[in-house]
Design a protein around this ligand. Structure first.
Ligand code: UGA
Length: 434
């Protein structure tokens, strides 16, 4: 099929490359000239395992190209809208500027029978509004097909997702849209990937409620970490024990400095803002989910202060800046936030992340960045592990003890072997564990 993908960020670039991998003919369109030039040259503009390989194969096959011109979407039958919906400045609501602009910009290039497919995460009600706009101005139709990919596993999640959700119009138009999407995703559907066809509102809500559930699960275990800290219990053992109950499950029960990234934090805020607009109190608990999450950052800063006595002038090694491992994304990253707050408290912060030094440096130029983990650790008064990269998990505490000036460590992700670090002489502090 001929496909266009509007927006080539973390979502769109992966989607465009993967659609070409599946045999479709794809044009990826983005307003950012630098990004389009990088992608056209086969370079992924961000770190995502597996993406450079898929991108290279797709470009070599001649089935994938990139452009800055929306007019190049003409001729495609299915148009994916994969632009960002960031948090609006000064409010919790989602900023729909880019989604609106993408759909409006597509209108003159749509042909009868084309399908516009929203992938961006939007407040419930958006698809219905945009479908009216598309139908009033063209012979095309609209579907909402939320994306559930995780950064770090984006290629795998796009090629072999857990499920497909198609939000479509009622009646024949909806049936036609579902058939077009079935043709796009034929490979995964042949492997019996579940597929749910819903109305627009349900599809929009599936996406935000999935992220709200995941955020709630993380904040639940972080709330248990607070209780564990007050009582001497160990939240990691608690998570293992409750996780054996299949109804609960062990995934997303890792207590630590909490969730960040370009999705969970802004999605739970936008969801609350939308509920407020609808006059509903139903999502009031998400304010607590957010508050518990942010309190964990305070806790890490306090632990570091406790260990060194006075943060002013203390040398702090921060290991990890990305919001999670296998990503260079620092959007709303708890690790970067903690590093900046320590610096603001007068600490001398030397930070290192295997992939996110450059992205962090653009937003936090006030930090010192080390080029490797050893230089970050040298002469540190306290070490903070804030993103659970394998490289940090595998550090030999005896070697680290030889580099730092004081053997103190805050394990912000409960990812280190506390027994081994203590045996090497470290004053070890985890989150919610003794
Ligand atoms: C999240 C969802 O997991 C995806 O399904 C969704 O498609 C995506 O948002 C999106 O809306 O686009 P992602 O932001 O890539 O994916 O990251 P997650 O793997 O969900 O992790 C989010 C944050 O939670 C990270 O900061 C991570 O460190 C933290 N986390 C995760 C914990 O603190 N504890 C856990 O047990 C799990």
């Amino acid at each position: 099929m001929r496909i266009s993908v509007i927006g080539c960020g973390y979502l769109g670039a992966v989607h465009a490359a993967c659609m070409a991998e599946l045999g479709h003919e794809v044009v990826g369109i983005d307003v950012d000239e630098r990004k389009v030039a990088e992608l056209s040259a086969g370079r992924a503009p961000f770190f995502e395992p597996g993406l450079p390989e898929v991108l290279g194969r797709a470009l070599d096959s001649g089935r994938l190209r990139f452009s800055t011109d929306l007019a190049d979407a003409a001729g495609a039958e299915v148009h994916f809208v994969a632009v960002g919906t960031p948090q609006t400045k000064g409010s919790h609501a989602a900023d729909l500027t880019y989604v609106n602009a993408a759909v409006e910009g597509l209108l003159p290039h749509l042909a009868d029978g084309d399908l516009v497919v929203g992938k961006s995460t939007v407040p419930v009600g958006t698809a219905s509004r945009l479908s009216e706009l598309v139908r009033a101005s063209s012979g095309a139709d609209l579907a909402w097909n939320p994306e559930f990919l995780r950064e770090g596993f984006a290629v795998k999640d796009t090629l072999t997702p857990d499920r497909f959700v198609y939000g479509v119009a009622r009646g024949e138009a909806g049936e036609r849209a579902a058939a077009q999407l079935d043709a796009v995703y034929a490979t995964a559907l042949a492997a019996e990937t579940p597929r749910l066809v819903t109305d627009y509102a349900t599809a929009e809500l599936v996406k935000v409620s999935a992220n709200a559930f995941l955020a709630t699960k993380i904040s639940f275990i972080n709330a248990m970490a607070e209780v564990a800290e007050a009582t001497g219990a160990d939240v990691t053992q608690l998570a293992d024990a409750i996780g054996y109950d299949a109804r609960i499950g062990r995934k997303f029960l890792n207590a630590g400095i909490g969730f960040g990234g370009g999705c969970l934090p802004k999605d739970i805020r936008a969801f609350q803002a939308r509920a407020d607009e609808l006059g509903l109190d139903s999502l009031a608990f998400l304010a607590d989910v957010d508050a518990i999450n942010l309190r964990r950052r305070d806790r890490v800063v306090a632990l570091a202060g406790e260990l060194v006595g006075d943060l002013a002038g203390a040398r702090v090694a921060v290991l990890g800046l990305a919001f999670k491992p296998n990503s260079d994304d620092v959007r709303d990253s708890p690790a970067l936030d903690v590093a900046r707050r320590l610096r603001a408290s007068g600490a001398i912060v030397t930070a290192f992340d295997p992939e996110a030094n450059a992205t962090a440096g653009r937003v936090a130029p006030e930090l010192e960045y080390a080029t490797d983990v050893e230089s970050a650790l040298r002469d540190a008064d306290v070490v903070l592990v804030l993103t659970e990269w394998t490289e940090f998990r595998e550090l030999d505490p005896a070697v680290v003890a030889g580099l730092v000036s004081h053997a103190r460590v805050v394990d912000g992700r409960n990812t280190l072997d506390s027994v081994a670090w203590r045996a090497a002489g470290f004053d070890y502090r985890g989150l919610g564990r003794p």
